[in-house]
Design a protein around this ligand. Sequence first.
Ligand code: HEC
Length: 120
Amino acid sequence: MKTTTIFLAAAGLVLAITGNGLGADARNGKLLFASPTLGGGTSGKSCLTCHEHGRDLSPETLSRKHYLIMGNPVASLAGVINFCIEVALRGEAIPENGKEMTDLIAYLPILITDTSAKPQ
Ligand code: HEC
């Protein structure tokens, strides 16, 4: 009985810390996704400006072998994100293996799943 109470309290605490079920990294990714200064962006746009509700993104976004972005072949998801940072945010590419990139990529499946669950 006591153990159950402690377990429930601990589970509640974990939920409280991670907010609406997003892991810490994905949560940071969500903030970055909405930040116009990601990569030192200068266009005033954020990822969210164009990809609100997952527009132009789909479950295949996460698994493509290569991408064609505005007619340009791009080899990886991180490459696509940097393409959008450079061209759309008018910033500078962020390190492909850095924390910001990892967090953004952790957030994408959540954005995409949220979107496909809702009627368009
Ligand atoms: C000015 C609008 C704009 C902004 C801002 C923008 N994007 Fe994009 N992005 C696009 C468009 C348009 C495409 C689709 C290009 C195509 O299909 O030719 C795209 C494609 C993508 C794709 C590939 C989708 C697929 O399935 O091939 C990803 C991933 C992506 N963007 C992520 C991001 C991220 C992360 C940011 C923020 C750093 C961002 N975008 C900012 C316009 C934008």
